[in-house]
Design a protein around this ligand. Sequence first.
Ligand SMILES: [Zn+2]
Length: 142
Amino acid sequence: MSTPMRIPMTEYLEIDLETERWLCRRCAHDLGPARGNYKEGTLVYDRDPSEIHRPLIDPGRYEFTFAPDPAWCRILEFYCPGCGTQVEAEYLPPGHPPTYDMQIDVDALKAQWAARPPGTVIPLGRDVAAEPLRVDGKGSPA
Ligand SMILES: [Zn+2]
């Protein structure tokens, strides 16, 4: 069977359809169940937003400096525990849990890929020509 078992979902995340697990695309580290939130399998760095967006004007002279106020905003960075690749970042109000940004219908994804002809590929990466996904095996777009 030539249907791929690992389906790329983002630049750094993929789903293994056979095991139904989120994986890091860099090192294949298991990030958790594909029916759950991959962020639960990552390392989280809770950043002070003013470290990332430094004040543009003197904070000693001005109350508002164009830097985010840590009392109103936090930045969460999510890293693969296997290779340290940053896989996601998000801005949230303090106290807000990490968002559930991708909820994949794994059964539909499996059916979609099972219906595709052998050799179906998704063009990915900067070195690949931007062509639509081919699903009929004859070279015409879906
Ligand atoms: Zn990794």
